[in-house]
Design a protein around this ligand. Sequence first.
Ligand code: HEC
Length: 141
Amino acid sequence: MPRARRSTRSSRPSRQRISYHQSLTDFRKLIAGALAIFALTACRPPLPPSKPLSELTPQEAAGHQVYAAHCARCHYANSDRSLHGPGLQALYKQKYLPSGAPANDDRVTAVILHGRNMMPAFGNNIDEQQLDDLLAYLHTL
Ligand code: HEC
């Protein structure tokens, strides 16, 4: 009996080595699987969250109304997936707009007022106050 126990003890280090190797292999498989799922679903990290509607300031809430009236039919606000145009979530939290232009008020204002490719111009449909409100809202996305 004692001899058997001793032999068990002496074989323990190599068994530990095998199980360490095994768990390393498992870990690598896990990482590979996670990366595969990540690549299939997104290809990029999740977007930073938007400010909840319930927390909007009066101006941002007014901008949300403008968005709902004029933009929502073509743009998602809670995703960057395309509807007719690109989703607008995290519009200003990224360095570039979908077109590759810098994500700033000048550029977004120009797109809204003058349109771009399939996007219609809104210069005749919204006034200056509505534009300011809309930009304030877009910053919350
Ligand atoms: C009839 C559909 C439609 C409506 C309505 C619309 N858009 Fe667009 N929008 C588009 C399309 C299509 C594009 C992609 C244009 C391109 O780059 O070819 C776009 C692009 C954009 C871009 C990205 C510009 C860039 O440089 O990448 C912004 C920002 C944008 N729209 C904001 C708005 C806002 C704000 C409103 C509401 C005032 C609005 N859009 C209304 C269709 C629309």
